[in-house]
Design a protein around this ligand. Structure first.
Ligand code: SPQ
Length: 431
């Protein structure tokens, strides 16, 4: 097993980070480029392991995808009908987004395919996508209990109306991809608004999708056209620096090109609520995906409650919000976040277990956690458990901990942020 020695950093963190491309948007850019007609050019694509898995799957479906030295990705799409039966199993690696969204795309294709992934993927629930897609007419099978590997025999799909039992952008997106291939209009109702990158991209590629309250409507048979996509930086990656800056005394970090889509920016609201010194220096709200430059400086923080409709807006930031809460005055309650149990790891258990090793006052609840702060953390032997967000959270925790920290499985971080340690170290060098 690989380990990484992390030392505490008594100084401040100062400098600028250009945040790498958004993982959710990068996946979708390859998917839309592949199912549209013509060439799609993508800049600032995230070359993390998860998004590389998506590229590899579409190449196996016969799509030509070029990675240019300039960093631009070029996808030569021929519409849904341009996808061919793969000769090999489609391996999604660690990526839940890839497997679930691809199920929706493959559901409408008249061929057979098999999707598999790593150990973590094999534990994540897939019936949430398979059940509604089967209702639309796809033949989907899986291991007992609803786990990958998954087989899909697609074909003609019926449109339908479906109320999502859980707030999930992945389920919604899979159904939108299927709806684009179905006869008539598909209507999806969300219990709470989730990230809307798929809807935005349908429009960016020349299609239409309507949103009325919690209902999202899409017509089948639309002609999508290849286009240029500029991927903004990932706010979920920026979150680690936002928290590092907020909790390391004397810090001042500028984060450039951070995606500020309101369905993803819950971390900004929570930081403000907790009293962080956070400024939006500039922002472009008119782009297909809004983005801006943020400045975070350390400050005194206070505990808060995070729950309800806020949860889908920051679901992936909860591990780092838990660390933030260990440094805030008073109690922080995170609730309504039972979905954390079915991510790359059970993120309630892994966050609570690992932060306890470092001396945090944190307890798991059925749907979240309760954290009492502020607590001085100590270095410890901790593990990412193969979960990129747990790995990055622990690396940030090590900065403010007394003594050394050994992080097991640090390589998991390359799923979403291959240059994470380099970017973090650059902030330490400048004093
Ligand atoms: O792709 P994967 O592994 O599911 O990634 C995660 C993450 O932390 O990066 C979750 F584990 O993000 C999901 C997110 O939690 C990405 C996503 C998307 O791109 O649509 C949506 C969310 O998942 P869900 O299940 O709530 O739809």
């Amino acid at each position: 097993m690989k380990t990484r020695l992390l030392t505490s950093h008594s100084g401040s963190l100062v400098g600028t980070v250009a945040i790498p491309g958004d993982k959710s948007i990068s996946h979708r850019s390859v998917m839309f480029g592949s199912i549209s007609q013509g060439i799609t050019k993508v800049t600032n694509f995230l070359l993390g392991d998860d998004c590389l898995s998506t590229i590899s799957c579409f190449r196996k479906l016969g799509v030509k995808i070029e990675e240019h030295a300039s960093g631009e990705l070029r996808i030569y799409g021929s519409g849904f009908q341009g996808l061919n039966e793969p000769k090999e199993v489609l391996n999604v690696g660690n990526s839940g987004t890839t497997i679930r969204l691809m199920m929706g795309i493959l559901a409408g294709r008249d061929f057979f395919s098999v999707l598999e992934g790593d150990e973590s993927i094999a534990r994540r629930p897939m019936t949430r996508v398979a059940t509604p897609l089967s209702k639309m007419g796809a033949k989907i099978d899986f291991r007992n209990g609803g786990f990958a590997p998954i087989s899909v025999r697609g074909g003609a799909l019926n449109s339908f109306e479906y109320k999502l039992p859980v707030a999930s952008a992945q389920v919604k997106s899979a159904l939108l991809f299927a709806g684009l291939q179905a006869k008539g209009e598909t209507v999806i109702t969300e219990p709470e608004a989730t990230r809307d990158h798929t809807e935005r991209m349908i429009r960016q590629f020349g299609g239409t999708v309507e949103k009325e309250g919690n209902n999202i409507k899409v017509r089948g048979g639309q002609n999508l056209q290849g286009t240029s996509v500029r991927v903004p930086g990932d706010i979920s990656s920026a979150a680690f620096f936002l928290v590092a800056g907020a909790i390391s005394e004397g810090s001042s970090i500028t984060l450039e090109n951070v995606g500020l889509n309101p369905t993803r920016s819950g971390i900004v609201d929570v930081l403000n609520e907790m009293g962080a010194d956070l400024q939006i220096l500039s922002q472009d709200l008119d782009a297909a995906e809004p983005a801006g430059t943020l400045l975070i400086r350390s400050s005194r923080l206070k505990g808060t409650t995070v729950g309800g409709e806020m949860i889908p807006r920051l679901i992936d930031e909860i591990p780092i919000i838990a660390l933030l809460a260990t440094q805030a005055d008073g109690v922080t309650v995170i609730k309504d976040a039972g979905e954390l149990k079915v991510k790359e790891t059970n993120r309630i258990d892994t966050v609570v277990g690992e932060l306890k090793k470092m001396g945090a006052n944190i307890e798991a609840t059925d749907d979240g956690m309760i954290i009492q702060g502020p607590t001085a953390l100590q270095g410890a032997c901790v593990s990412s458990h193969g979960d990129h967000r747990i790995g990055m959270m622990l690396a940030v925790a090590s900065l403010i901990s007394e003594g050394e920290t050994i992080l097991e499985n640090p390589e998991a971080i390359s799923v979403s942020y291959p240059k994470f340690f380099e970017d973090l170290d650059n902030l330490k060098k400048i004093k």
